[in-house]
Ligand binder design. Sequence first.
Ligand code: SAM
Length: 508
Amino acid sequence: MFNILKENISSRSFFILQARFKTKTHWAKLRKKTGPKYKALNHFDDFYGSVFGEQWPPMKEALLRKSKYVAVINNYGDEEETMKYLSNRGAHCLRDLMKIQQTFSNEYTPETESDVQSKSHTSIIDNYISRLQNDEVSGVYPQSNNVPEKIDLSNNIDKIIENKKDKEMVANRTLDEALDNAEIDQSRIIEPSMGINSEVLYQYIPATKLKGLDDWVPESLHYSYYNSKDKDFPLIIEPETEFSFPEHLKVYTYEMNSDWSMFPEPKRSQTGVFNYYPMDCSSVVAVLALCLSPGDRLLDLCSAPGGKALVALQTLLPDVVVCNDVSISRSNRTEAVFRDYLIDFGNNKWRERVVLSRVDGRNFTDDQGFDKVLVDVPCTTDRHSVNEDENNIFRPDRVKERLRIPELQTQLLVNALKLVRVGGAVVYSTCSLSPVQNDGVLHAALKHAFETYQIVAVVKDLSSPLRSLSSTLQLASGAAKPRYGQLVLPSTAANFGPAYIARLVRVK
Ligand code: SAM
């Protein structure tokens, strides 16, 4: 008897354990599927699916795969030996690849191409924004046939306030009065037997409504940054003519579709620093877009962890590089990277040329004027957002921060335009595919800089010089091509990016 009981108990606990285990797995999976990276992917499926159409699924596939990198050879340690070693392993010098590709490039007509693509691109985004706004409106006015054509924030806030006042009046009525007025909302009649009073209900309703509104308001503002029709400021797009590959910058890469696992780990050279820096090829392109000249005074406004600043230093061109970042911990990483890659030789002391600054880039001031400014802004970091839950901008508690990104980006770019001298250049870059954060912010910043500070900057069209990268990475073309900048698209053949790179030259 005891044995039967024991057996029953143990088989029951086995089932309970199994059920528990099953339940645990199930919930864990559920939680995972609704985590920030899935939220990001759903958001991108919707937004980028609308913007890029058929081009989005292969980009998404690439985004979810391991990214690829190039090797930026360190001029401060065993560079000849490293180049030889990488060449022997089948890597190519990026400068040589670009030179060869340039020879095969066709004649380019920037105006015509920009015009064609910008028209089609604008209408795609406009359609998406209008669909998004309709969705938002129908969420706010679920029963109404009288849906406003455009979201008017003030109207909606008035409506919520009106609603709240109504609720307050209801709350102050007696139960009989409330029942008399029951046609307002039948579902809100409170059964006294339930022990709930109208006060409780009143507190609940507006709180939920206001929470929904909280997220909804900035979402509309977010997309308002893409207002492509608004052109009441000088907007000039010219072909880039100054572009050249810096003599001392050595970058090694593998061609498209080749075996990318062949790069070995960077190793310490005889001088103690690492022999190469692995990075996304699009980051190198952002530095190339600066068109650095000897003696330049360069500001990297959002520099941490210092990858692009390091590439700029590897050109051996700038005299001064100011590396600013608002985050102290990330700025410390920049310093650590520089210590790992730079050494002093003779009178050339890197600490005398590199200045680390830790202020909000929107408030950075300077009285000399910079020759070049790089604004590599915080963004939705698309690749990171779909792959990692940690530090993900799509986390529910970061909604406001995410929706305010274009505003922050615009303010940073406007300040960069103020900080660059007339004749100098600003490069604006993101690692996002979002036309709102890319062309949208660029447009808004140019407009704001002109209206507030009478600053005029010309957009330099990089299409022609960057065409020579076509055997290395994939740049957006046709309807997917931005109007002002260049967009590096993730692809399984050359899994770099995403990155947006735009070059501006201040003329006033
Ligand atoms: N350029 C860097 C590189 O190549 O290694 C990457 C920069 S990362 C895309 C953006 C940086 O902007 C982050 O390090 C972040 O701390 C910084 N940042 C965010 N808000 C900022 C602000 N208001 N002012 C300055 N930096 C800011």
